[in-house]
Ligand binder design. Sequence first.
Ligand SMILES: Cc1cc2nc3c(=O)[nH]c(=O)nc-3n(C[C@H](O)[C@H](O)[C@H](O)COP(=O)(O)OP(=O)(O)OC[C@H]3O[C@@H](n4cnc5c(N)ncnc54)[C@H](O)[C@@H]3O)c2cc1C
Length: 480
Amino acid sequence: MKPGKVLVLGAGPTGLTTAYLLAKEGVQVEVLERLPWAGGLCKTFQHGPYSLDLGPHRFTPHTDGVYGFVKELCGDDLVLVDERISFYLFGDYLHYPPKLGQLLRRVAPWEAGALGLSWLWESARGAFRRSADSDESYEQWMRARFGGKMVDLIFRPIVEKTWGLPLRDLSWRLARQRVAVSGLGQAVWQVVTGSRGELYRSRYYPEGKFFYPRKGFGSITDRMAEEIRGHGGTIRLESQVEAIHLRDGRVASVEYSSNGRRNTTIADAVVSVLPATILPMMLTPVEQDPYLEEVREAAGHLRFRKLILLYLVVERVPIYEHTVAFFPSGDFIFGRTWEQGNFSREMMPDECSVFGAEITCWEDDDIWTADDAQVFERVIPQLEAARVVRRDEVEEYFTVRLDYVYPVLDRYFEKRLRAVEDYAANVENLWINGRPGLFSYINIHQAIEMGMVAARHILTCDKAAWQQDRERFWEYRLIE
Ligand SMILES: Cc1cc2nc3c(=O)[nH]c(=O)nc-3n(C[C@H](O)[C@H](O)[C@H](O)COP(=O)(O)OP(=O)(O)OC[C@H]3O[C@@H](n4cnc5c(N)ncnc54)[C@H](O)[C@@H]3O)c2cc1C
């Protein structure tokens, strides 16, 4: 029997998808969101005359369900855009996939030989090693497929910059999730053929393109929120979940703060997209539970990286030709930059560009508490060195800072996450999901699919089937 009322904690794409699909089926839904907007990381905000995304977002669906769902929401606003990814390497912008001529000009033959030899050496050693298992680190996984030299040249600096840990301390799962090519052999094949590889192929969009809603990526979640409200659902913004009270193996009520006041709400089922790091701290059983203490201890060791987005308004169009450019080298504090106007020119006045740089950090890094001027001063000399933007061209700059952005899949995360998942699995009417909830490094098309799968099983109250279905989320691969 379908539940009468469902409470969704967290209004990102995962939670909104579930809430929308349930509301359509006549279920009463209430969504609690701590931020002043619905959409989570998938949001377009207004800054003066500019509509801006929270970092570069592209929609790259792989299934009928997800493509059809977003197409129905956005209609003709969902358009195809040219993908122009580049890497700033060897003092130049190299296309992705790299072009042979460009590489030949930039990589000396002896360097190419050394890369090939190191790959052959690791491949030969790999033949005597067991296959990937949970003990294997990001470093081991990458060396076996690309050779040590390639790892040191390209992957190590950008991965360590993004995740804030040495490569050897990160899990092989993260490598498999985010590396688009299976090894050096396939990378060479891409250079020769100019193809982007399997992961970038889908029958919904041609190679070299992606979908984008003309008025900004956040239109997708804005439309979901409208539909939820249109179907009688409630979305409470600036409503931070504080405690989830448990009784008789079920969620009895949820407490949240809003406008400085504490409120309580109840529902038949509760979907939590709250970060896996904080959910166990909020669970409040009637009696003390030693098992929950162990789960809290495990969750306390899971961590997320934070993200600072620095936006620069420049009166030059375009600033560069790329949609996104990666900066693997440790010489740059940022890992990636993007130009919003190359996603859609409809998001700002004709004569302006808004350019963004992404900086990931820990909470106790100086940059996290630095003011906007200090962040700008760290970044601008590096942008000038890379010939992107000159200081005297910048009309205005500002930052947006985001929490719980990158789940850090270190070598021990799986065991710790399983402890949280197992505890939640035993709370009869609690369903945990989404990027922060399941600590999954995923795209929005996968977040939407997760939200759809949850809605389907909630409607039939089949948590066992959900637990089973959810295992395949581990197989998701990220499109960056
Ligand atoms: C810079 C950047 C670029 C990206 N680029 C792409 C891309 O090109 N293509 C793509 O498909 N995907 C991209 N993504 C990923 C995409 O944004 C996420 O996969 C998606 O937003 C995940 O949705 P979610 O609902 O699972 O989580 P989230 O979007 O993180 O939503 C979780 C929500 O829970 C809320 N919450 C947390 N704590 C509480 C609390 N105590 N009480 C109430 N609410 C709470 C949060 O505020 C948030 O709104 C990108 C992400 C980033 C950061």
